[in-house]
Design a protein. Sequence first.
Length: 283
Amino acid sequence: MAQAPDAPVVLRVAGRPVGRYLTRPELPARLSPRPCLHPVTTLAGTVVTELSPADHTHHLGVGVAVPDVEGHNFWGGRTYVRDQGPTELDNHGAQRHVGFPLRDSDGFVEELRWVAAGAELLRERRTVAATGLTGTAWALDFTFSLTNATPDPVTIGSPATNGRPGAAYGGFFWRGRKEDRAPDVFTGDAEGEAGVHGGRADWLALTGTDWTLVFAGATDATRRDPWFVRTGEYPGVGSSLASAERLVIAPGDTAVRRVVTVVADGRLGRDEAATLVRKAVTQ
């Protein structure tokens, strides 16, 4: 029987299901509904994402979330207002699934519309692919292209650009699995949340009880974006589109970012993480 055109996509590696992509999650407007990946698992079946956890109900697995697009909230939850702090506003947008120009068991291409207050602000083309690396590791290749759909410049901001230091979240974001013990985090030359958050690094690894995620920016523009990292409050890693200043997209222009993530069973060390992520980015 033919699949519905917007049915969830199940990603597989060597025949094993490793991720489920939800095109139309049933969510209230204040969570900024958007397509996302959940659950994502290791090859052994360990779940390494969370969807609407109690601590942050607007965290939705793996996807693209931006807290400020021309003042509209595509992240979910409260909005950070300069000189006021986190504030409940009726300003939430939604990412609407349009269709899959390409869909297969190892990946897909998706078209989306970013809509708020009845207007389309951005058009997105999202490309996601799952590839095997070893018997215990695979890679998720996630590219998103945001095109200005308006006749005026569209700017993307973050709580950091709006006056909250250290909170430059917005862009690719992975909400990790919360366990009894906070995960460890490290790069090639730094470790710990305080040591890696807000810094730039070719790759960054998050290790839990029996799993490891290794994130890498796979284009020059992506590598210039600082990492947003949380481990103590909750496990989350993102690549910041707007850290020191707002990102401006001119009419008709497109901003492109690509993040490749190694999903591995076990706790990898620096050398293993570096070797696997290099293979993932270059294959």
